[in-house]
Design a protein around this ligand. Structure first.
Ligand code: SF4
Length: 225
């Protein structure tokens, strides 16, 4: 069973339950991707810069020079949370990352609160797509979680900062909109965390990016040959 979920676990599970089983239950080793490693490195640099742990802004952040300067200033004033690991229980109430009742987890790259309004910023590296359904879904989940964590908030703006492209995609949510979406996420999170079968759902798309094609006999390409 997979007892805890996150946006990335949900994406994996909905792409193919068996893929989630291999990754999160069996923990089969996977090759690391250079692009993923680069992303982690840049996230770390961004965190260090905002927290004033680096004197010079790393060149990887230059396209958002003003944005990172502002975050650094606001962090000094105590108005910004960076790389926070937040979690919630089955009632979507705040819990500890490793709490016994923890059901869902999410990491916020940057969170800025201004009275009843808040901004959640997610740093993206790599390709830019004007519209990305998965990222929009991720933003909606942020809104659901953050509204529950901060009952005083009235609006949340989520921003995807494409650090390699100087592009920002924004989605705004009211508390009422997020409450509607939360019902959907709740059902999807339950499907993931109660599954004991983990069926395969082979397809050209999900199998093309699967690290387990060699051990999965249902993989789309195996079936075609
Ligand atoms: S190879 Fe395809 S069917 Fe098998 S686990 Fe991966 S995504 Fe699922």
């Amino acid at each position: 069973m997979i007892n805890r979920w996150s946006h990335s676990r949900l994406s994996t599970y909905e792409s193919c339950p068996k893929k989630a089983f291999y990754r999160y239950v069996k923990k089969h080793p996977e090759e690391s991707h250079p692009a993923a490693e680069r992303g982690l490195k840049i996230h770390k640099l961004a965190e260090q810069y905002i927290k004033n742990e680096l004197e010079e802004m790393p060149k990887q952040l230059y396209l958002f020079y003003e944005g990172f300067e502002q975050l650094r200033e606001d962090y000094k004033k105590g108005d910004v949370c960076v790389e926070e690991k937040w979690a919630f229980n089955l009632s979507w109430e705040k819990s500890d990352w490793d709490g016994e009742d923890t059901w869902g987890r999410y990491v916020v790259d940057a969170f800025v609160q201004d009275g009843p309004h808040a901004k959640v910023i997610d740093f993206k590296t790599g390709r830019y797509k004007e519209y990305n359904e998965g990222y929009k879904n991720q933003c909606a989940l942020y809104a659901c979680c953050v509204f529950k964590r901060f009952p005083e908030l009235k609006t949340i703006q989520t921003e995807l900062w494409y650090l390699d492209h100087h592009k920002i995609t924004k989605y705004s949510f009211t508390r009422e909109e997020a409450a509607e979406k939360q019902k959907d996420f709740h059902a999807r999170g339950l499907a993931l965390t109660t599954d004991e079968v983990f069926d395969t759902t082979p397809s050209e798309f999900s199998c093309r990016f699967c690290a387990f094609t060699k051990i999965c006999k249902d993989n789309f390409y195996e079936r075609k040959t």
